[in-house]
Write a protein that binds this ligand. Structure first.
Ligand SMILES: Cc1cc2nc3c(=O)[nH]c(=O)nc-3n(C[C@H](O)[C@H](O)[C@H](O)COP(=O)(O)O)c2cc1C
Length: 369
C-alpha cells in the first residue's frame, strides 16, 4: 500500500481503523526543533462533541504518544520521529457484513479486488478516515517548524451542502485571519453561513443521509522560488498528498476551475513593487506559477464528497452469492466529513510545504527566535 508521501520530509502512515494502534513516522525534518506535544493532540481531537451535529459519536484517546525521534530536551534529534495513537473504542460487529456487501462509495469493493479479499474491512481498515489522526500529528510537528519561520497555514469550510462561507482574501489574508476559523466551534469565517451549514448537516442526519463540502486552505510567509516545473511542482506535491485524504475528490489552486471562464486580461496577476518587494496585485494563481511559489499567499481548495456510509437503503451486491442485494450501513459515521477534515488539510499542507523547503534548504527561512 502506498501510504507514504514526501521527498525529503517523508511521512508514512500505518494502521487500520480497528487495529491495536495507528501511527505515523516522519523522517527528514530539521534537527533541534522543539516539539510542543499539546497542539498535536489538540489538532487531532477537537473538544468533545457536546451536541455538535457534524461530529461522529465515536471518541478515542487521540493524543499521540511519541515513540522516538526526540531528545530528552523534547527537541527533534534527527532520527525518524514515530508517533502512535491507540485504538480503544472499536465496534467491529458493525462491519461484519461489509466483506460480502461492499458499501457504495467506499473502498470495500476496490480493496477486496486489489488485495484478493485479504484486506481488513472493519471500520474501513486502512481506508478509514481515522488514519487522518496520525496525519494530523505529523502535520502538527511540521506546522510548528514552519510557524517558527513565519510561515502560517490556516483553513476553513468554504462551502458545505451548497452554503458558501466568505473566502480568505487571496492577496492580503493575515495570520489572524488564518487562525480565526480553527479557534471556533465550527471552522468558518462567517458564523451565519456556519449556522446554515449546521442546519443542513442536521437535516441530512435526520434523513439518514450525508452531505459534502469544500475546504479552503491558505499559507502565508512562503518565500518566492520554492518548487520546480512540470512534475515536481508545488501544485503536484500538494495535490498528490491532499488526494491521500480519504473522501477528497477535487483540488484547485487560486481561481482554479473558475479561471477557465476568465480572459487572460482578467486572470493574469499584475506584478507590482510594494515596500521594495515584487508582489502581485491579484492572486488568481494561488501563489504558484510554473510549479514555483511566487511569494503571494498560497491558496488551495479541496472538495470533500458526502460520507458514503449512510443509513438510507442502497443497492449493492452480495459478493459471496453473486447476486444483487440491499445494504443499510450500520456503525458510527459523520453525516458530513468536511468539518473534521479541516485540520487534516492544514496538516497535509504543512507537511508538503516543509518538504518543499527542506528539499531546497537554501529556501528555508531562518527560525525567527
Ligand atoms: C476525517 C474523515 C472522517 C471520515 N469518516 C468517515 C465515516 O465516518 N464514514 C465513511 O463512510 N467514510 C468516512 N470517511 C471517508 C472514507 O474514509 C473514504 O470515503 C473512503 O476511504 C473511500 O475513499 P475515497 O472517498 O477517497 O474514494 C472519512 C474521511 C475523513 C477524512
Amino acid at each position: 500500500m502506498a501510504s507514504s508521501f514526501g521527498q525529503t520530509v517523508r511521512v508514512s502512515v500505518f494502521g487500520q481503523s480497528h487495529s491495536a494502534a495507528i501511527g505515523v513516522c516522519v523522517d527528514g525534518r530539521p534537527a533541534g526543533e522543539a516539539v510542543d506535544q499539546g497542539p498535536l493532540a489538540c489538532v487531532i481531537a477537537p473538544p468533545p462533541t457536546g451536541g455538535r451535529p457534524w461530529a461522529t459519536p465515536r471518541r478515542e484517546q487521540d493524543a499521540p504518544e511519541v515513540l522516538c525521534g526526540l531528545n530528552p530536551q523534547g527537541r527533534t534529534c534527527g532520527a525518524p520521529l514515530a508517533m502512535e495513537i491507540r485504538n480503544t473504542n472499536t465496534r467491529p460487529q458493525d462491519y461484519d457484513n461489509l466483506r460480502t456487501h461492499p458499501r457504495p462509495g467506499h473502498a470495500d469493493y476496490t480493496a477486496s479486488v486489489r488485495y484478493g479479499g485479504e484486506q481488513d474491512p472493519t471500520g474501513g481498515g486502512h481506508f478509514s478516515g481515522r488514519l487522518t489522526a496520525p496525519l494530523c500529528a505529523a502535520g502538527g510537528v511540521c506546522l510548528q517548524v514552519l510557524e517558527r519561520r513565519g510561515i502560517r497555514v490556516g483553513a476553513h469550510l468554504s462551502r458545505l451542502a451548497q452554503v458558501d462561507d466568505a473566502r480568505f482574501d487571496p492577496v492580503s489574508v493575515s495570520a489572524e485571519d488564518l487562525a480565526a476559523p480553527g479557534a471556533k466551534d465550527f471552522p468558518v469565517i462567517d458564523d451565519e453561513a456556519g449556522r446554515l451549514m449546521r442546519e443542513r448537516i442536521d437535516r441530512a442526519r435526520g434523513e439518514a443521509d450525508s452531505v459534502g463540502g469544500v475546504i479552503e486552505c491558505a499559507a502565508i510567509g512562503m518565500p518566492a522560488g520554492v518548487g520546480a516545473p512540470m512534475f515536481d511542482g508545488l501544485e503536484n506535491w500538494l495535490a498528490r498528498a491532499l488526494f491521500g485524504i480519504p473522501a477528497v475528490k477535487g483540488v484547485e489552486f487560486g481561481a482554479g476551475f473558475a479561471a477557465s471562464d476568465l480572459r487572460g486580461s482578467q486572470d493574469n496577476d499584475p506584478f507590482v513593487i510594494e515596500g521594495g518587494a515584487v508582489r502581485c496585485a491579484t492572486n488568481n494563481a494561488g501563489g504558484i506559477n510554473g510549479g514555483i511559489s511566487n511569494g503571494m499567499p498560497l491558496v488551495v481548495r479541496v472538495a470533500i464528497k458526502p460520507t458514503s456510509s449512510i443509513g438510507v437503503p442502497q443497492r449493492t451486491v452480495d459478493l459471496a452469492r453473486g447476486v444483487q442485494d440491499e445494504l443499510v450501513v450500520r456503525g458510527r459515521h459523520d453525516p458530513c466529513i468536511a468539518p473534521r477534515a479541516v485540520p487534516v488539510v492544514e496538516a497535509v499542507v504543512g507537511c508538503v510545504l516543509l518538504d518543499a523547503l527542506m528539499s531546497n534548504p537554501a529556501t528555508l527561512p531562518e527560525a525567527l527566535s
